[in-house]
Each structure stands twice: as structure tokens, then as C-alpha cells.
Design a protein around this ligand. Structure first.
Ligand SMILES: CC(C)(COP(=O)(O)OP(=O)(O)OC[C@H]1O[C@@H](n2cnc3c(N)ncnc32)[C@H](O)[C@@H]1OP(=O)(O)O)[C@@H](O)C(=O)NCCC(=O)NCCS
Length: 278
């Protein structure tokens, strides 16, 4: 039986090396950002980190689960299942969402997760920058402190989740812009350091025009730099990002265990904050 223990801050460089063995790009700093917002679990074998997993609670009712990894030489021995069981015990009665690789999908199904959709990872340093025209009265502008409440409300409307802790952390660490419509935020996006470069996400908007304007804003600021965007597959953004020159680096399934959260809209999610956060 695998002995699970809490993942500690001192484990994060080893956690980054372990997940790096699957070509996941999370730096120790990226692990630290997620770890500060959630609860991690670890398995140790012969004094070395052998497995990781992380649960990020969104209020009392929901949680995101991610970073489930088992060292390649120890896979197939039940560690992954034990890690998932430990994380689900931490989640208690919360509805749990995750983004599944092909390797994890079967295990998650066995544990009661069902597919809701999918997300596609687009990335690269070679892309065309574009100016996205907006209707009269709309513009993309930097955020101020007074936008925080509206941004958290947009995130909630787009996800059906209370992610205010995550939103606050993103606004603190990253650069955010809002899509301003007649003086009120109708969408937002965040750019932050992550992995091999920077990530644009989340992107929340009411329509494609708004979402493209938000993403274009950041692409125009970062020509030639490595950018990643995890887009919701059926959002319509994927073909546009491909046409701009970003490459499709793979697909993950959005799965949920329990009643799926119900977004109220009209803002919807075009890109994730990350595959762990959703
Ligand atoms: C997914 C992962 C965590 C599973 O860990 P593991 O310790 O190998 O899994 P377990 O031994 O507990 O097996 C759990 C289930 O996974 C599936 N599984 C395990 N090894 C498998 C393999 N080689 N091929 C296909 N399915 C496999 C089986 O359904 C298994 O249950 P069963 O043996 O009762 O049928 C591990 O493969 C991993 O770290 N992969 C790389 C990182 C990754 O993709 N993580 C998932 C992120 S969403």
C-alpha cells in the first residue's frame, strides 16, 4: 500500500523534475503557485519523490484536481490509484473537475469521472500578430483595483465556480486586461509567466470577437516570445490560433465527478487558467 503524505514546499523542485519527465513544463515556481492555492499529496520511495497530486478547493462545493504523476519506473503498481483516492478523500463531498491525459483517462473513469468536453494546448514563439477590431464603445484596457470584483464575477459566471482565491492570485502574479463595454468589464484575460515562457489564460468573454481581442492584445505585446494558450475545444478559438501560427500540442479531456457546475453566462470560458485549474 502506498503511504501518502502532504506535499511540502521543499518537495517542489523534485515535483517539477518528476512532472518534467513527462515533458510537462512546470517550473518549481509554477508548482509553488499551485501549491499555495491547494493541498498536495506525495508518495516517497527510497527517499525520493515517487508520485504527486494536487487538489485546489473552490469554496466548499467544488475543487480542481491535477498534477497526478507517478515516476515512470513505478507505474502500474497502484500508486496512481492510491494518489487519486487520497485526493478524493481530501475533496470530500465537493464536485471535482480535472483535465485528463490519455494515460489517466481510464483510471478517472473507473473512479466515477465523466467527460464534459476537451481542451487543446496551443503554443509557440512564431505567430502572426493581429489587430482585432471591436464594436463601438468596446476596448481592451488595463485593469485597476476597482475591477477586481467585476473580474471575479465574470469568472464565476463563465465557470459556475467560486474561484475568487484563484482569480486574486492570478491578478497578483500576472498582467490582466478587461474588455470594457461602455465603462463596465464584459470580459477579461490574464498573461503570466509559466513553463517555457508565458501563458494567456483564463480568457473569459461573451463572444469570439471579444475573446480574439483579448488574446490579440497579449500576442501583440509578446512577438517572438514563447506563448501557450489552453483553449476550450468547442470555443471556436482553436482554428484561429492555428491560423496565427501557434502549434497544436495536444488535447486533454475535461472530466467531472459529481454534478457539473452550471455557468450562468453571458461570459464564457474561451481559455483555461491552466490544465490544473481549468
Ligand atoms: C496516469 C498515472 C498517474 C497512473 O498511475 P499508475 O501508478 O501507473 O496507475 P495504477 O497502477 O494505480 O493503475 C491505475 C489504473 O490506471 C490504468 N493503467 C495503469 N497502467 C496502465 C497502462 N500501462 N496502460 C493503460 N492503463 C494503465 C489502469 O486502468 C489501472 O487500473 P487497473 O490496473 O485496476 O486496471 C501514470 O500513468 C502517470 O503518471 N502518467 C504520466 C502523467 C499523466 O499523464 N498523469 C495523468 C494526468 S491527468
Amino acid at each position: 500500500m502506498a503511504a501518502l503524505r502532504a506535499l511540502r514546499e521543499a518537495d517542489l523542485p523534485a515535483a517539477s523534475a518528476l512532472t518534467g519527465s513527462f515533458q510537462w513544463p512546470h517550473r518549481p515556481e509554477d508548482w509553488a503557485f499551485m501549491h499555495a492555492l491547494g493541498q498536495g499529496l506525495a508518495v516517497e520511495r527510497a527517499g525520493k519523490l515517487a508520485a504527486t497530486g494536487l487538489l485546489v478547493p473552490y469554496g466548499e462545493e467544488a475543487a480542481a484536481l491535477g498534477m497526478v504523476s507517478v515516476a515512470p519506473e513505478l507505474q502500474g503498481q497502484g500508486l496512481g490509484r492510491a494518489m487519486m483516492q487520497g485526493l478524493l478523500d481530501l475533496a470530500g463531498s465537493r464536485v471535482v473537475g480535472l483535465y485528463a491525459t490519455q494515460a489517466g483517462e481510464k483510471l478517472y473513469r473507473q473512479l466515477g469521472f465523466a467527460t464534459l468536453g476537451a481542451a487543446c494546448q496551443f503554443q509557440g514563439a512564431t505567430f502572426t500578430t493581429t489587430l482585432q477590431p471591436l464594436p463601438d464603445g468596446e476596448r481592451v484596457r488595463p485593469t485597476g483595483r476597482s475591477d477586481r470584483v467585476a473580474i471575479a464575477a465574470l469568472d464565476r459566471a463563465a465557470t459556475g465556480l467560486d474561484r475568487s482565491m484563484l482569480v486574486n492570485a492570478l491578478l497578483k502574479t500576472g498582467t490582466a486586461v478587461v474588455l470594457d463595454r461602455g465603462g463596465a468589464p464584459a470580459g477579461f484575460a490574464v498573461l503570466r509567466r509559466f513553463g517555457r515562457g508565458q501563458v494567456i489564460g483564463p480568457v473569459m468573454a461573451e463572444d469570439m470577437v471579444g475573446a480574439k481581442a483579448l488574446v490579440s492584445h497579449f500576442l501583440n505585446l509578446t512577438p517572438g516570445q514563447f506563448i501557450r494558450v489552453d483553449v476550450v475545444e468547442d470555443s471556436g478559438l482553436a482554428p484561429w490560433l492555428a491560423a496565427l501560427g501557434l502549434s497544436d500540442a495536444g488535447r486533454v479531456l475535461h472530466m467531472v465527478r459529481g454534478a457539473a457546475p452550471v455557468p450562468t453566462g453571458p461570459a464564457r470560458r474561451f481559455a483555461l487558467a491552466g490544465q490544473t485549474f481549468g
